[in-house]
Design a binder for this molecule. Structure first.
Ligand code: HEM
Length: 254
């Protein structure tokens, strides 16, 4: 009897389902979100375009926030490219051997884990939901209309808080399952099958969310992308997009 045949039938079925559909799910999820963001840009358009033309003068993200975000963002992109190469096409197609691709994946996984941990801790306080966040959800942040709507928002709006929790949960799942896969000799076959499935599904779900997040932090909201580069935003940007943050933290500290 092979080791695979001794697997619990539920784990074996889920593994087969996963192996049969993984490529197509990756493709559909990623293409779906990409088409969604392009469609949104063409049909509804960017939010408050005029705010992107103003001079950035208020510090929004400090050096630690920018540095950890940069490491998390770049390591995530490298992990996504090598991970997709492992799962659906040969790593040779991206000019690497299996060994070098594996080493790169492990090194950037460690950087992703460390930067995720720091990001999760430093942004926890800003990501706790408040009663006024409900107003943001009721109008979906104004993203479904061409009218300029700016619902109440603290340092992070309700959508950003939701993305914080979404990326936290999925980062923990992808890192935890990746740990099992990096040390297969320490775990039994059934745990490794579950780890493979959880690793793939959480990685794909995180990729789809990150595409939407990158769109919202750049093309959809002119004047925002600078926060992860130089850290600053315009005063009008802060007043319009994050009125509670502006009143409670910026105005009072001036
Ligand atoms: C891939 C390119 C990415 C771009 C262009 C991007 C862009 C941004 C921007 C502009 C902000 C600041 C928003 C503001 O000041 O209001 C931000 C914040 C944040 N980013 Fe990213 N990011 C990217 C990747 C990632 C990845 C891979 C993760 C995690 C896995 C991540 C997690 C976060 C979180 C949790 C925040 C704070 C909450 C939020 O703004 O949603 N980002 N990002």
């Amino acid at each position: 009897m092979t080791a695979y045949a001794t697997l619990n039938p539920l784990a074996a079925n889920i593994n087969n389902l996963y192996l049969d559909y993984i490529g197509i799910i990756i493709l559909l999820a990623t293409i779906g979100v990409l088409i969604g963001t392009i469609g949104h840009y063409l049909i509804i358009g960017p939010n408050a375009k005029r705010l992107g033309k103003l001079k950035p003068e208020i510090l929004r993200l400090n050096v630690l926030e920018r540095f950890t975000h940069f490491v998390r963002m770049t390591s995530f992109i490298i992990l996504a490219i090598t991970g997709i190469a492992f799962a659906i096409f040969n790593v040779k197609n991206i000019g690497l051997t299996y060994d070098s691709a594996y080493k790169i994946h492990i090194v950037f996984a460690i950087l992703f884990a460390l930067s995720s941990l720091v990001s999760i801790v430093i942004w926890l306080k800003d990501s706790i939901f408040k009663t006024y966040d409900w107003e943001w959800f009721k109008v979906m942040g104004g993203y479904l209309t061409r009218k300029e709507i700016h619902p109440p928002s603290g340092r992070f709006n309700a959508g950003q808080k939701a993305f914080y929790w979404y990326s936290t949960l999925l980062s923990v799942l992808v890192i935890g399952s990746g740990y099992l896969l990096a040390y297969p000799e320490k775990f039994n076959l059934e745990s490794l099958v579950w780890a493979t499935v959880i690793h793939g599904i959480s990685a794909i779900t995180l990729m789809a969310g990150v595409i939407a997040h990158a769109y919202l932090g750049s093309f959809a909201n002119p004047g925002t992308i600078g926060t992860i580069i130089h850290g600053k935003v315009a005063k009008e940007w802060a007043k319009n997009h994050h009125p509670q943050w502006y009143q409670e933290e910026i105005e009072q500290s001036r």
